[in-house]
Structure formats: structure tokens, C-alpha cells
Design a protein around this ligand. Structure first.
Ligand code: ADP
Length: 498
């Protein structure tokens, strides 16, 4: 029965309204296992066979009762089998309301006024009653076989069945229950009541289940539609991000060329190549040079960031001396530090032979950006310490590496902002009256380059006390680094000795 149970396979999802309107079937309403048990126990109680067939002719439950042995004996003869077979076919296949071959219409009780009696040639009898629910016929119940109360000894037709052991047949017939019409009617009424209770409970749980399912499907539909909208929005954002990057890249590139000329010509003026300048003129020229250089740095950062976002950065890997790189970065920011009266030092003893495979220029820029920030955000007379140390094998890197720490005694960064400062264009103080210059790109570039080397950057800080940025670099980057794409370095040769 379960093999072609559409309820078990699940009906197609339907709208809540449709779930209420749809004509339900017995398999929708009855749990097959429980219902089978109920029919078995009723069969035992009535001492009679009870079968339930749905409107598509599928047997949902069948308990054959004490008539089974007699039926088996009949089935053992060709003629008996043929005659019983055609009766069984009529019982299970004929439409419930129109029983061809049924003899006589016997209204059996109030709850089963449309039942039909089907006599068997053997003298036994079956009663078929339709199962109606809310005006629909959902199937039928077959009661029997039983011996009608008025039946006499063995039917003459039985004695004519060739090969039948009549004495044995008589013996088995005596075990089949003999029932009056009133008793059959009572059995039917009883069965109708049990079935009505089961169907009511089944309908309730079916509809509850369908409504629940429908609510879930509705939610899922809403989520899917929101998801589609989000995807579309995301697509648009990506497109506008791409246009922004390409715009920034073009503008920065176009600005760099005239700016280089401005700086170059002011250098020539300052060096007196076109004649001497008086002190005031010299001061003006120096200011032009200084502001020009600041602007050039800003434009370079914008250009770098737009290249990173466009995925165009290629790291040129080689063996890099980290110690030398740190010293070179310190040298380049030293003038600004001194101008502010800051102490800038490498505090730890130099690490011997600190080498990594990396892009020299990009790594230098990482350290310069961190140092430039430390100088910018540390008030006069403050201190900046740089520490380079060797790391043992680290689980997160998978290999040995180095850590570079830049610690200052500056303004510090509030905890709520610490993750966001690595985003491009993010600044803790983004007010128009902000004290410090910059575009909010330095740390985004640091993060991108460090991750491109398979490393990590982190910060700890306390407002008013200072900040410490830590870059961890593996000796050799893993082949699939995060961040900007890079071309694996030609490191199959021995690194040069420092
Ligand atoms: P920029 O320095 O150009 O504003 P960055 O990306 O380098 O951009 O830094 C982003 C923000 O992080 C800065 O605006 C500042 O608010 C904060 N920040 C970075 N480094 C420090 C530091 N050493 N001390 C305090 N704040 C810092």
C-alpha cells in the first residue's frame, strides 16, 4: 500500500487556500500503520474479515478473518478460483455507488445507508459500504465473508466445484461467522464511527501540516526574492566600485605627471639653477615643494589602492633583507620625526640574517606607512619603537617568519574603531576640521600587501597611551596567498648571502 501512497511521497506544495479546497484522499488523512492496526483489531473484534480500499482501488488495510481457510480451499480448485476471483474484482474495482453484480440493495443502518451486499456462489456474503467524507466518496469498506443467518447447509453450487473436498469445505465453513442483517448493520455502524473519528483527526493534522508547510514556503519565497534583490544590488555595487576604481586610477595618473613637473621645477629654483632667490622667495619655493610632495604621496596612495581593488597588483618576489628594509624605512621618516621632536629607534638587537621572500618595494611601503602614521599620530616629544623579531613555526603561517612591531606613545585608537581602520578611506576622525592629514588609505594598503605575502597585520592600542601595529610575515609566502594576486617568485636558486 505504501508503494503508491501519494501522501507519503508528499503532494505538490499548494497555496493555503487550495489546501483547504482540495479534495482529500484516504491516504492524505490516514496514517497507514496506525490505520492497519485499527482495522486488524476491529477484524478480531468482529470475528470477520474487513478490507479498506481507496477510490483508486488501492488496498489500504485488509484483515481476512476466519473465512480465509475456506477461501484458500476454494482457490485450490480452478473453478472455485475463477468464480471467487471475479467476485473479488467486483468488490475492489466497481464504483462504490454502482455495484454491478450486487444482488439486492440492502440499506444497513443509518450511517451506512448505501451499502451493497455481494453474494458469493459458495453461499457466503460480503457487504460493501462507501466511505464518504464531507460529501466526497473516498473509498469503500468490504466486510466479509460471513455466512448469512438464513443460509442453509452447503450451497449446491459448491458441490458442483470439481476437485473440491466438500467435507473439508463444510468443516471450514462452520468456522465462518454467521450474522443476521441487524448484526451486520451494527458492525458497519461501529466501523463507520471509528473511521469518522480517525478521518476527523487525520483531516485536522493534514490541514495543520499543509498550512504550516505553506507558511514555510511563503517565507522561503520571500527570502528567495530578497536574496535575488540583494544579489542584484551587490552586482550594482560591484559595478559602481569598479567605475570608482577606474576613475581614481585615471585621475591620479593624470595628476601625477604635472605634479612631478611642479616639484621638479621648484627643486631647480631652490637649487638656484635659474638664479639666486631671496630668503622670502626660497621660503615660498620650499613650501611649494613640501606641499607638492604631500600631494604626490596622496595621489600615489590612491593609485595603489585603485590598482589593488582592480586586482592589478603583481608582487615581484625576491629574497629581501628585512633588517635592511626596516632601517631604510626608519631613515625615510626620520626627518619628520625629528621635526616633531620624537624619539624613533629600533629597540631590539638586530636579528641576524632576517630574510623573507617578498616584494621589496611593497614591504618597505608597509613599514613606511606604519611609521608615518606613528609619527603623525604621536604628539611632540613622544617615542616610537620598532622591533623586529624572529618567530618560530606558527600554526597560522605554517612556516617560520618574522614580526615587525611599530609602537608609539600617540593618541591611540578607540576599541570600536580598531577593525575598521584597515578599510579604505576610513579615518577615526573624519570631521572636516580634523587635525591630521591623510586619505585613510595607508592601512588598507598595508593590510592588502601583507596578506598578499601570506602574512597578517594586527593592532593593540589604548586611547591616550599609544598604539602598537604588528606585522607577521612568513619566510616564504604560501602559494595561494590572500589579497592581491601575485606571481610566484623565481626562488629555485639559492638566496644570495647578506
Ligand atoms: P590616514 O593615516 O591617511 O588617515 P590610514 O589608513 O593610515 O589613513 O589610517 C586610518 C586611520 O587609523 C587614521 O586616520 C587614524 O585614525 C588611525 N590610525 C592609524 N595609525 C594610527 C596610530 N599609529 N595612532 C593612532 N591612530 C592611528
Amino acid at each position: 500500500m505504501s508503494s503508491d501512497n501519494p501522501g507519503a511521497a508528499g503532494n505538490p506544495p499548494e497555496h493555503a487556500g487550495l489546501a483547504l479546497q482540495r479534495k482529500l484522499s484516504l491516504v492524505d488523512l490516514l496514517d497507514p500503520l496506525t490505520f492497519g492496526d485499527v482495522v486488524d483489531s476491529l477484524g478480531e473484534l468482529f470475528h470477520m474479515g474487513v478490507g479498506v480500499i481507496d477510490e483508486r482501488g488501492r488496498t489500504l488495510a485488509d484483515t481476512q478473518g476466519p473465512g480465509r481457510d475456506f477461501c484458500d480451499l476454494l482457490d485450490a480448485t480452478p473453478r472455485g478460483r475463477a468464480r471467487r476471483g471475479s467476485l473479488m474484482e467486483r468488490l475492489s474495482e466497481s464504483p462504490p455507488g454502482a455495484p454491478p453484480g450486487a444482488q439486492g440493495l440492502a440499506p444497513l443502518g443509518a450511517s451506512a445507508s448505501e451499502s451493497w451486499t455481494h453474494p458469493c456462489f459458495s453461499g457466503l456474503r460480503y457487504v460493501v459500504a462507501p466511505i464518504s467524507w464531507e460529501g466526497d466518496v473516498l473509498g469503500r469498506i468490504v466486510f466479509g465473508p460471513f455466512v448469512p443467518e438464513e443460509a442453509g447447509d452447503v450451497s449446491p453450487a459448491l458441490e458442483e466445484v470439481e476437485g473440491l473436498d466438500v467435507a473439508r469445505a463444510r468443516e471450514l465453513l462452520a468456522r465462518v461467522r454467521r450474522l443476521s442483517e441487524a448484526e451486520v448493520s451494527r458492525v458497519q455502524t461501529h466501523m463507520a464511527q471509528v473511521l469518522a473519528a480517525l478521518l476527523a483527526a487525520g483531516q485536522k493534522s493534514y490541514l495543520t501540516g499543509q498550512l504550516h508547510l505553506e507558511a514555510m514556503l511563503e517565507t522561503q519565497r520571500e527570502l528567495e526574492s530578497q536574496n535575488t534583490q540583494l544579489l542584484r544590488l551587490n552586482q550594482r555595487l560591484k559595478e559602481s566600485d569598479r567605475s570608482k576604481s577606474s576613475f581614481l586610477s585615471t585621475v591620479s595618473h593624470e595628476l601625477r605627471t604635472p605634479l612631478a613637473s611642479i616639484i621638479g621645477y621648484s627643486e631647480m629654483l631652490a637649487e638656484g639653477l635659474v638664479g639666486g632667490l631671496n630668503p622670502e622667495q626660497m621660503q615660498f619655493v620650499r613650501t611649494i615643494m613640501e606641499k607638492g610632495n604631500t600631494l604626490l604621496k596622496l595621489i600615489s596612495s590612491i593609485l595603489d589602492m585603485s590598482q589593488i581593488e582592480a586586482g592589478k597588483v603583481r608582487l615581484a618576489f625576491e629574497w629581501v633583507d628585512v633588517q635592511e628594509l626596516v632601517e631604510s624605512a626608519i631613515t625615510s621618516v626620520m626627518p619628520q620625526a625629528q621635526r616633531k621632536g620624537l624619539t624613533l629607534q629600533q629597540r631590539m638587537p638586530p636579528v641576524v640574517q632576517a630574510r623573507v621572500v617578498g616584494d621589496r618595494e611593497k614591504l618597505r611601503q608597509v613599514v613606511v606607512n606604519l611609521l608615518a602614521n606613528a609619527v603623525k599620530f604621536t604628539p611632540g616629544q613622544g617615542r616610537i619603537d620598532v622591533r623586529l623579531s624572529e618567530l618560530g613555526p606558527r600554526p597560522e603561517l605554517g612556516v617560520t617568519g618574522y614580526s615587525i612591531e611599530v609602537e608609539d606613545t600617540g593618541v591611540g585608537i578607540p576599541e570600536s574603531q580598531r577593525d575598521r581602520i584597515f578599510q579604505s578611506f576610513y579615518q577615526v576622525d573624519d570631521s572636516p576640521t580634523r587635525e591630521y592629514g591623510g586619505a585613510g588609505l595607508g592601512l588598507a594598503i598595508v593590510k592588502s600587501y601583507v596578506e598578499g605575502h601570506g602574512g597578517q597585520v594586527s593592532v593593540r592600542s589604548e586611547v591616550g597611551q599609544g598604539s602598537c601595529f604588528r606585522v607577521v610575515l612568513p619566510k616564504e609566502p604560501p602559494l595561494s596567498g590572500q589579497g592581491p594576486a601575485y606571481i610566484p617568485p623565481p626562488i629555485d636558486t639559492e638566496p644570495e648571502r647578506f
